[in-house]
Design a protein around this ligand. Structure first.
Ligand code: ADP
Length: 509
């Protein structure tokens, strides 16, 4: 919340004089009372107490029923309406303060200022003057309406009263807007609605406040119309009807406020989760990194011992040392691949067009020695260009093609890369005629460190080395592109790895 800036003394004096001007207009209105209209005056007073009560409710700051009724009745009864409004206003204000103090009604933002200043007489008076200044701008607008309306009526006696009201309303809105803009008045909902550019209303209340301002002339018009057609009863009826839009707007405002709060809560939660995720990643990366040195040391020590004393060692000890070296080497590979996964997955990379044909060519270039050694035949279709993270998608293709090469037999291996595009999606397929994968492992092989047991998968009579990290990288990258990866395969029939990538817009890093 912005802290209130100190208001200069000259401005305070101006506001006090402004309030006095309002009182002067109200006092002058006494001279305009017509004894024959007492019933209308009493009716208006009752109506104002009722609509002001709805203002007291306080959770919707813009007093739509009050303003609509006050404005409409200045057309109906002229200056006395202002006098009556002032006469009712003071006791209502006191009642509002007393009720809010007991917690029976929620006080409006303006009254909260008075509450906050309680105990400090000077501040209380200042707060009251600010509230009264807000009333006075309304009063001046009302006086403007009475004068303009009567002047127009004198000049265009034959014209329809409703048409003159419409013209007067337009002029009055402009007049009050200019006054609000140019005078050093305290900010309040009414002012904000009149001069939104001055207060830069941007929060969730803005459009509700604008909607109230736009509804105001319509409601004024309806109350006046009710009076024209059905007299005071008609005005009463339409005035009561203003409560409908008022509550509708209040409801919308409450809903929006709760939505904004929920939205903010979700954003905070999201930020927390992101932070936690980053912390966890950093932790795992550090642990993995720290494990690397001791594992390398174990491997080196075992190798050194074997080289130095291998000949003299009993066969059992040598076998044990061999096993230690083998396991340490495997663990070292796993740590290396795991750190590779972290580096690939957490690298920040913008989304940009990725030519999949070029990416496949690059991956095959790296695999050329293995392809040549196993005499693998590779076919690549024309592949599309899609939006994605080039280097990460490069790793996806390198892993899938690398696996295909690893798991096809020497001499008769075939690999095909194809792609289909439909419904805004690209379906990429890397197919091989290798050893295939049993159905039980179709899901799990995409998890970290999961491999099909070595004795179930041999190529050219030997187990295939690996760490079970490659497909985990593929899955994470593809899912970060909001895509999916899966395999169709059976032992002995080869494997088809599918990657579905939706058309993306660069919203993620
Ligand atoms: P790695 O190949 O290092 O073991 P991956 O995560 O790349 O790790 O693969 C996990 C497992 O999925 C492999 O161990 C293998 O059992 C199986 N696999 C992956 N690709 C193929 C393939 N093209 N043909 C047969 N099995 C495969």
């Amino acid at each position: 919340m912005a802290t209130a800036r100190a208001v200069p003394r000259s401005v305070r004096v101006f506001r006090a004089l402004f309030v006095l001007a309002g009182w002067a207009i109200a006092a002058w209105g006494i001279t305009a009372f017509e004894p024959g209209r007492t019933a209308t005056y009493v009716g208006y007073a009752v109506l104002m107490i009722a609509v002001r009560f709805f203002r007291i409710e306080g959770s919707f700051d813009f007093p739509l029923p009050y303003l609509a009724t006050a404005i409409a009745f200045t057309y109906i009864i002229g200056f006395p309406s202002i006098t009556l409004d002032y006469a009712i206003g003071a006791p209502i204000l006191l009642a509002q303060l007393a009720l809010a103090e007991r917690g029976w009604v929620r006080s409006s933002p303006a009254l909260q200022l008075v509450h906050a200043a309680r105990g400090n007489r000077r501040e209380s008076v200042r707060a009251l003057i600010d509230i009264m200044a807000a009333y006075t701008i309304v009063t001046i607008g009302l006086a403007f309406r009475v004068i303009v309306f009567h002047t127009l009526r004198e000049h265009f006696a034959a014209s329809n009263a409703m048409a003159l009201i419409a013209i007067t309303e337009l002029l009055a809105m402009a007049f009050v807007g200019v006054l609000t803009f140019s005078l050093p008045l305290p900010p309040g909902e009414v002012f904000k609605a009149q001069a939104p550019w001055r207060f830069a209303l941007e929060d969730e209340r803005a459009d509700i406040t604008y909607a109230s301002t736009l509804l105001l002339p319509l409601l004024v018009f309806l109350i006046c119309y009710g009076f024209e057609v059905h007299g005071i009863a008609g005005a009463f009826a339409w005035s009561a009807c203003t409560l409908g839009p008022h509550y509708l707007l209040k409801l919308l405002k409450d809903r929006r406020t709760s939505l904004v709060q929920r939205h903010q809560a979700l954003r905070d939660l999201n930020a927390d989760l992101k932070r936690q995720q980053e912390d966890q990643k950093a932790f795992v990366y550090t642990v993995t990194h720290d494990l690397k040195s001791p594992v390398s040391a174990i491997l080196l020590t075992a190798d050194a011992a074997l080289e130095r004393d291998g000949e003299e060692m009993p066969a059992g000890t040598r076998d044990d040392l061999d096993r230690i070296a083998l396991l340490a080497a495997g663990t070292e590979d796993m740590i290396r691949d795991l750190m590779g996964l972290f580096e690939i997955v957490s690298a920040r990379e913008p989304f940009q067009p990725v030519n999949l044909s070029d990416a496949v060519t690059r991956a095959l270039d790296v695999l050329r020695p293995q392809l040549a050694a196993k005499r693998v035949h590779v076919e690549v279709d024309a592949l599309p260009t899609i939006l994605g993270q080039p280097s990460k998608l490069g790793h996806v293709l390198a892993n899938l093609l690398g696996n295909a090469v690893k798991y096809v037999p020497s001499g008769s291996g075939r690999i095909a890369v194809t792609a289909d595009q439909c419904d805004g999606e690209t379906l990429l397929c890397v197919r091989d005629n290798g050893i295939g994968i049993a159905r039980d492992y179709h899901r799990t092989i995409f998890e970290l460190f999961v491999r099909v047991p070595a004795h179930e998968q041999t190529v050219d009579g030997a187990a295939v080395p690996g760490t079970g990290v490659g497909l985990a990288i593929v899955k994470q990258v593809v899912e970060a592109h909001r895509g999916a990866v899966w395999v169709e395969s059976a032992p002995g029939t080869g494997s088809s790895f599918f990657v579905r990538l939706p058309d993306l817009y660069p919203t993620r890093q």
